[in-house]
Design a protein around this ligand. Structure first.
Ligand SMILES: C[S@@+](CC[C@H](N)C(=O)[O-])C[C@H]1O[C@@H](n2cnc3c(N)ncnc32)[C@H](O)[C@@H]1O
Length: 252
């Protein structure tokens, strides 16, 4: 399938141009239909996994919505991102710093899904799970370098695996590196944009690897994963993609 291009977008820029506030404003200011899809997906997936999991959040950016449901069954969450500015935003949320991005409507939605759990209890549960915030770089052989922890039960990654490169070969390398961080039978829980070569944040564009359901499933199945399940929500093309794919796959 031909990637859907944002009309005449400029070349993707390096991540040094990524502004967490601009990104949060553009994608998360509203609890849109797409964001509800994401929260419902995570609620369903983590509702089926057992308790006591070690979870690695890879490329978590400045966001925490993707871990609200994970905190239901996580014993620990190691939160990582490539950029210091994003890691600082997460630290600020953990500390409840003044003026930090307000995830209230997301927390409320997930609390409702969990039979009206108290919203403060849900936020506290996630804060208690995130024990470490550190760097990651998918272009390194060990993306967690210098950390050497492996054998995670779950690797979670939201809009990151496809957002580092436009090259499908690099993308496959990332899947292999992630597999090395999982224990056998562990789960990759990821969301990715469909049919894109760049996504928009304000005036900037950042790279995207062109993928669709078929190429994503083939890449996973050919690189050490099984039981691949993908759900998609269609989106407007305004940000440079045609849909969001939510995938769960098991390491062989
Ligand atoms: C589209 S954002 C995703 C943010 C967040 N996970 C979300 O759900 O909105 C892409 C993320 O990829 C991260 N990233 C960029 N280069 C990376 C690399 N080489 N290795 C790992 N992550 C990288 C960025 O710092 C950014 O947080």
């Amino acid at each position: 399938m031909t990637p859907a291009r944002y009309p005449e977008h400029p070349a993707p820029e390096p991540y040094s141009q990524f502004d967490p506030q601009e990104y949060l404003e553009e994608y998360y200011a509203q609890l849109s239909e797409e964001n509800v899809f994401l929260l419902d997906f995570y609620h369903e997936i983590y509702g089926r996994l057992p308790a006591g999991l070690s979870v690695l959040e890879l490329g978590g950016g400045p966001t925490i919505y993707q871990l609200l449901s994970a905190s239901r069954c996580a014993r620990e969450i190691v939160f990582t991102d490539f950029l210091e500015v994003n890691r600082r935003e997460i630290q600020r949320w953990l500390e409840g710093a003044p003026g930090v991005f307000d995830w209230g409507q997301y927390i409320q939605r997930v609390a409702g899904l969990e039979k009206d759990l108290d919203v403060d209890a849900l936020a506290a549960r996630l804060r208690a799970c995130i024990q470490r915030v550190g760097p990651c770089d998918l272009t390194r052989k060990n993306p967690l370098d210098p950390d050497v922890q492996t054998g995670f039960d779950v690797v979670s990654s939201a809009f990151c695996l496809e957002a580092v490169t436009q090259d499908p070969e690099d993308f496959i390398g990332f899947l292999r590196r992630i597999s090395a961080l999982l224990k056998p039978g562990g789960s990759l829980v990821a969301v990715l944009v469909r049919d894109s070569d760049a996504y928009k944040v304000g005036r900037h564009f950042f790279p995207a690897c062109p993928l669709n359901e078929a190429t994503l499933a083939a890449a996973l199945q050919g690189n050490g994963y099984r039981h691949v399940r993908i759900q998609t929500v269609e989106t407007s093309r305004l940000h440079g993609y045609t849909g969001i794919m939510a995938v769960v796959a098991e390491k062989e």
